[in-house]
Design a protein around this ligand. Structure first.
Ligand SMILES: [Zn+2]
Length: 258
């Protein structure tokens, strides 16, 4: 699905796959997240250049997960920015990891391009005439980074926000950091929130994501029953139930560490 948020911002994402955001500046385009496959990323690149008639000036990865970074090679002639942690996590991915994600056929013909510019915690950028703030907040993963376009009131939240799909809680998620990150996002008062997966919405997506985390944590800690959890429409209305099972398994692992 392709959604035009404003005259200069388009979000591409379908069927729960990760969103790619295209921001058109005065002179060039900024792309946030590159999808799972180089072939798809190349199509997004061509589409972006066709609709806006400008070259790509900058690419940003919100975190290391393959569905946000494995299309990087379609943009390896331009500057790819991420947090330092994102690059470090990507450097650790060996061939087995990549084959496991792509399969042998795709892995044979493609490679994963690493970000070439990194920052520690925060970075203010003015690229292509687009002013944006990047901040590594952690939570979903230790390197989870947001991109905030303050002037336009647009928050590109990566996987700190899911809309219409169960949250992906991985074994390196930190629920406390995630909830704190969501408080910070709420205080930015964005008009549009672009989630990592699902349709773009408003500030209410921040609240529903936080409520989800609070409820799943209460369930994992035995404070609410399965029935209570499932009767909550913030749970039952979301797609990808298999992701819910995966997330519950991981939240048990996370809690076991304390
Ligand atoms: Zn992710």
């Amino acid at each position: 699905m392709i959604r035009k948020l404003t005259e200069s911002i388009v979000v591409v994402g379908e069927g729960g796959s990760s969103n790619t955001t295209i921001v058109s500046g005065k002179t060039c385009l900024v792309i946030v997240d590159t999808s799972l496959f180089p072939e798809k990323a190349l199509k997004i690149r061509k589409f972006s250049q066709e609709i806006f008639g400008k070259p790509i000036g900058l690419v940003i990865n919100t975190h290391y997960h393959p569905d946000h970074t494995f299309g990087n090679s379609a943009f390896e002639d331009v500057n790819i920015v991420s947090s330092k942690l994102t690059r470090e996590f990507m450097e650790q991915m060996d061939r087995d990891y990549i084959v496991n994600i792509w399969g042998e056929e795709i892995a044979k013909k493609n490679h994963v391009s690493l970000p070439n510019t990194t920052f520690e915690e925060k970075l203010s950028l003015n690229e292509c005439g687009v002013k944006m703030k990047l901040c590594n907040l952690g939570g979903h993963t230790p390197d989870s980074t947001i991109v905030f376009l303050e002037r336009q009131g647009i928050l590109i939240a990566g996987d700190l926000i899911f809309n219409g799909y169960h949250l992906e809680i991985t074994d390196d998620s930190n629920i406390e950091d995630w909830k704190n990150a969501l408080n910070i996002l709420r205080d930015l008062s964005p008009f549009f929130v672009v989630p990592g997966h699902g349709e773009t919405g408003g500030i209410d997506l921040i609240k529903s994501t936080k409520d989800y985390l609070i409820r799943i944590e209460a369930f994992a800690e035995g404070r609410i029953s399965k029935e209570e959890l499932i009767s909550d429409r913030n749970f039952s209305d979301r797609d990808f139930p298999e992701l819910f099972v995966y997330s519950v398994e991981n939240i048990f692992k996370i809690l076991a560490r304390f």
